[in-house]
Design a protein around this ligand. Structure first.
Ligand code: GDP
Length: 472
């Protein structure tokens, strides 16, 4: 009906246009974006979608340099399964690295802050692993400043270790290695460092620049020093934020508590969040009724790099959703409603990802300079051979980056990385595993599978040549 009014045609005609597309619709039904375009076209109209306008109405002003103050680093712990990520996070949480307050973090809220004896602070994201990290990035949220990658000294550099490294590097997040389990007799930290060196990752002991520390997440040995190295690395980043403005940040997790309603953990990244603020987070909004820290203590205000659990939103936003504070409750609610409506209509595509076929067009538009590839293969030899050949396809105009490579099936984590880094996935004699295929469809990630090296190289070359001669 609305469309009919806009085009000034009888609503029955719009309905029959839909029917001719095989869609039985009623007057009040909302149409998806594609149908809208086709129907409008029938009547000689062109549809212009203004989805971005909503986002543009959220004003985020640039901070003046003089308003910026140092802020604590936000750290994610990653690494291979069973190498000790959870143990390290638990040790830091429970042990007295925290000045004053004797540990005592009782609540799991998805993130926590610690204060070292010298008064310096670090905020940890409490969901270890690069999947969570990259899932957030795929939603457009880069929260982490620094990654601790845990490697068990009695094991090897494992596939997920390599994944974690690739994910951190793809995000441009500096790495500090924690060589863990040194309390074990079979621990051999040097072997790990040698392995890293073979991957071109030279840690300090090996004359490189990457920080690393030998620790035991069990006994706590070296953990304090590790955190000091984290702070040292963070110093280089000169992390700053303006605490004196309405808060902005990212949702870390959210759930419905039967007694208290929706509980959302958010990480304040700029400004200060206060009780009574009107908050918009993803598709939800509300007035902050109460705030708690990870110790369950009530707090009234939360500044930059502070994780805080809030009550008062009218729903559970998703991890990775941004939040903003509004002066006007109405405005926050309106935007939340519009976002919800847009999502129902499925006309919002948060991001469209690159496909091999599309490279030519994208380059013609002049916005495409780097082709990111995730390469998975059945054996090391073919992965290396393909890597070399792909890299050689780089030209002055287009740089080919292999942002992650590995032996094994294509995983959900590969798809997430592709989504976060706008990459295509190339599988050589391997296929997607588990839910990777569904996720790739949802995220619109191009997965190409080959069993002949020559074919893979040629396809890529053709695509790139297409993009290098847009006049054709
Ligand atoms: P995650 O999968 O990376 O989170 O690994 P966990 O933290 O769950 O640790 C896996 C196993 O290794 C557990 O049984 C831990 O108790 C053990 N573990 C972790 N860190 C250490 C350590 O420093 N020393 C020893 N001996 N065991 C550890």
């Amino acid at each position: 009906s609305e469309v009919a009014t806009m085009m000034d045609v009888p609503v029955t005609q719009v309905i029959s246009a839909c029917m001719s597309l095989g869609m039985m619709v009623t007057m009040n039904q909302r149409l998806d974006a594609e149908t809208l375009s086709i129907v409008a076209d029938e009547f000689g109209f062109e549809v212009e979608f203004i989805t971005t306008d909503i986002e543009e109405s959220i004003q985020v002003e640039e901070d003046a340099p003089e308003d910026l103050e140092p802020r604590a680093p936000i750290v994610t712990v990653m690494g291979h399964v069973d190498h000790g990520k959870t143990s390290l996070l638990d040790y830091i949480r429970e042990e007295n690295v925290i000045a004053g307050e004797s540990g005592g973090i009782t609540q799991h809220i998805g993130a926590y802050g610690v204060e070292l004896e010298n008064g310096q602070k670090i905020a940890f994201l409490d969901t270890p692993g690069h999947e969570a990290f990259t899932a957030m990035r795929a939603r457009g949220a880069q929260v982490t400043d620094l990654a601790i990658i845990v490697i068990a000294a009695d094991d090897d550099i494992m596939p997920q270790t390599k994944e974690a490294i690739s994910h951190a590097q793809a995000a441009g997040v500096p790495i500090v290695f924690a060589i863990n389990k040194i309390d074990r007799p079979s621990a051999n930290p040097d072997k790990i460092k040698e392995g890293l060196a073979n991957m071109n990752l030279l840690v300090e002991d090996w004359g490189g620049k990457i920080q690393s520390h030998d620790i035991s997440a069990k006994t706590g040995e070296g953990v304090k020093d590790l955190l000091e190295k984290v702070l040292l690395e963070a110093e280089i980043l000169e992390l700053k934020a303006n605490p004196n403005k309405p808060a902005v940040g990212t949702v870390v997790e959210a759930f419905l508590d039967k007694g208290r309603g929706y509980v959302s953990t958010i990480l304040v990244q700029g400004g200060t969040l206060k009780i009574g603020d009107y908050v918009l987070a993803g598709q939800h909004s509300g007035k902050v009724k109460a705030m708690h820290d990870e110790r369950g203590k009530k707090i009234k205000a939360a500044g930059p790099s502070t994780p805080v659990s809030i009550l008062g939103l009218d729903g559970a936003p998703q991890a990775g959703d941004k939040f903003n504070v509004f002066e006007d409750e109405r405005e926050a609610k309106d935007i939340a409603n519009k976002r919800m409506q847009l999502q129902r209509e499925q006309s919002v595509r948060t991001q469209r990802h690159i496909t091999l076929d599309e490279i030519g067009r994208r380059i013609a538009l002049g916005d495409f300079k780097e082709l990111n590839i995730i390469l998975k293969g059945d054996v090391d030899g073919s992965v290396e051979a393909l890597t070399d050949s792909f890299l050689k396809l780089s030209t002055e105009e287009i740089q080919v980056n292999i942002i992650h490579k590995g032996v094994g099936a294509i995983t959900e984590s590969d798809v997430l990385l592709a989504s976060a880094s706008d990459a295509i996935i190339i599988g050589f004699n391997v296929r997607p595993m588990g839910n990777a295929r569904q996720l790739a469809d949802k995220e619109e990630i191009d997965i190409r599978m080959y069993s002949i090296i020559y074919d893979a190289i040629n396809d890529l070359k053709d695509a790139m040549e297409g993009m290098l001669s847009p006049e054709m």
